[in-house]
Design a protein around this ligand. Structure first.
Ligand code: IPE
Ligand code: IPE
Ligand code: MG
Length: 244
């Protein structure tokens, strides 16, 4: 396949509705969604995608019923423990983005351990966004930048878009080329706000537990047909225009 996105970011949505359609508790949808996650990570790895970023738990998801939050976090811990070996064997490099300080020390340790264990891997760059919010990411960058200005390590005149990018999560990766949201909603829900500035957006009604590698293929093919203009004209991008 040519014209592969280097970096895909996914809002894995629709677990609750998947369960509801089957008269099952919402948690059954999350468990089933985990199977889809495993398959999509594998598919991206097999396709040779450089980076995959998954929205697993937003900074707003704490507003859900206490039991759902607890079950989600428990599922997160147990799946991380279970999946680590396979991910490592597949040469996947894993990291977590978001405000991790909200989590138990057990979970923080597990996160640190999985990042360290896979740090030298050279395959898929898998980033999991947990207790992540795009606004949190921006605020965090502003705090770090202002601290650096106060400490005198940077001058305020040096603050430009490139410098800000360097203070955001995932700054070492190419920005997402393709954003996928399953579950039918067409919104960003406070996922990567800064990083999505020129990302191609793709929405599908398929609920996350049903999303499989063929659906991924369809999204990648749709991406392949897009023309990314970054403000230029189509003619410039096609190289037909003088001074392109
Ligand atoms: C996405 O599925 C998973 C998380 C937000 C953790 P939802 O749980 O939001 O599923 P719907 O939107 O209720 O169907
Ligand atoms: C976004 O889904 C967050 C994740 C998939 C983790 P939500 O289901 O929380 O988003 P809203 O509330 O419908 O915007
Ligand atoms: Mg949802």
């Amino acid at each position: 396949m040519n014209n592969l996105p280097r970096h895909i970011a996914i809002v894995m949505d629709g677990n609750g509705r998947w369960a509801r359609k089957r008269f099952l508790p919402r948690f059954a949808g999350h468990k089933s969604g985990l199977n889809a996650t495993r398959d999509i990570v594998q598919a991206c790895s097999d396709l040779g995608i450089k980076a995959l970023t998954l929205f697993a738990f937003s900074s707003e998801n704490w507003k859900r019923p206490k039991l759902e939050v607890r079950l989600l976090l428990d599922l997160f811990v147990s799946s991380l423990q279970k999946e680590m070996t396979r991910l490592h064997e597949n040469n996947v490099r894993i990291r977590f983005i978001g405000d991790l300080s909200a989590f138990s020390s057990k979970l923080q340790d597990l996160i640190a351990e999985s990042e360290q264990q896979t740090a030298a891997n050279t395959g898929l760059e898998l980033s999991i966004a947990v207790n992540y919010g795009g606004r949190w990411d921006i605020v965090n960058a502003i705090q770090d930048i202002s601290a650096a200005v106060l400490a005198g390590t940077i001058e305020h005149e040096q603050i430009d878009s490139e410098l800000v990018s360097n203070y955001m999560s995932l700054s070492d990766l190419p920005e997402p080329d393709l954003f996928i949201r399953t579950g039918g909603e067409q919104r960003i829900s406070n996922f990567l706000l800064w990083q999505l500035a020129y990302t191609e957006l793709y929405f599908t009604d398929v609920l996350w537990p049903d999303f499989n590698k063929h659906d991924l293929q369809t999204a990648i093919e749709a991406f392949g047909r897009r023309q990314r203009r970054y403000g230029k004209t189509g003619e410039q991008v096609e190289g037909k225009e003088q001074n392109a």
